[in-house]
Design a protein around this ligand. Sequence first.
Ligand code: C2E
Ligand code: MG
Ligand code: MG
Ligand code: MG
Length: 290
Amino acid sequence: RSKEINRNTYEFFNPVMSVQASERLEVAQELHKALDRNEFVLVYQPQLHFESGQITGVEALVRWQHPRRGMVSPVEFIPLAEETGMIVPIGEWVLRTACRQNKAWQDAGYGPMRVAVNLSAYQFKQSNIVQKVDEILQETGLKPEYLELEITESISMQNADYVIETLDQLNRLGIQISIDDFGTGYSSLSYLRDFPIHRLKIDRSFVNDITASDGDAVIAASIIAMARSLNLEVIAEGVETEKQFEFLLSKGCNEMQGYFISKPLPAEAITDRLLINKITATGHTFMQNN
Ligand code: C2E
Ligand code: MG
Ligand code: MG
Ligand code: MG
């Protein structure tokens, strides 16, 4: 019996666990100060439209420039930001910064193009989310048609009436909605019929092995076919090779995003890339100029 107690005691005071817990607490406290300290930055990844050969959108992706830890990936801090509720003010900063940047590009004569912003399910659940989006559009002067919100299938875990009503209201603002990481969630497909959405983003896990695995090729091709017959736009993410590019093109995918086109870049580097849009307008294709 005493042996049992000892073992439990040991597990309770598992040193690895307590290190992780105090580390998490520390990061949570730092996350709280990071906004005031101006430690977040956005990078933008171009989205190439096949038919026009132009960059028709960019996805805004957040980075945390930590004074000691260096550049921290969103994969490492977004989950904690969601658990602590910090995702609300951080997400608002991302939305405002991305809208302001897109307006600045347009004012400088580039584009026009969409900016896509990731919206976590926790943000979507906030009862004032539509009002927030509206406020930020007014404040930055960006036309709603140039803003896209990326949501994931996980929002369908929320109250269905709330989800549909909120998506309807966002639609009425005039913005676009896309389903990010499509195919990785565990939700029913019926929301494709019920939710007012514009675009599916094929998750990069299906794009990865498109040219190596018959299974992934069939899934990617089926998502494209389904999107098109539902009158939805479809974009592939994580396109890294010419073979993947060619495959998606042949299946009728509308747009693509991935290292093959460009890595996510700071705003200034995007400005250089956007010159390509002006060049393509005179007849050259994107790929020839790349
Ligand atoms: P996501 O929205 O699916 O974004 C795509 C991720 O794939 C990005 O990772 C991007 O850098 C990466 N990627 C793009 N092209 C390629 C490629 O060709 N190959 C590979 N291997 N990867 C590629 P990142 O920037 O690390 O972001 C990871 C995730 O963090 C995002 O996935 C998104 O879910 C989340 N995230 C990023 N920014 C925000 C934000 O502002 N708010 C919220 N709520 N989540 C965000
Ligand atoms: Mg995304
Ligand atoms: Mg994605
Ligand atoms: Mg993804």
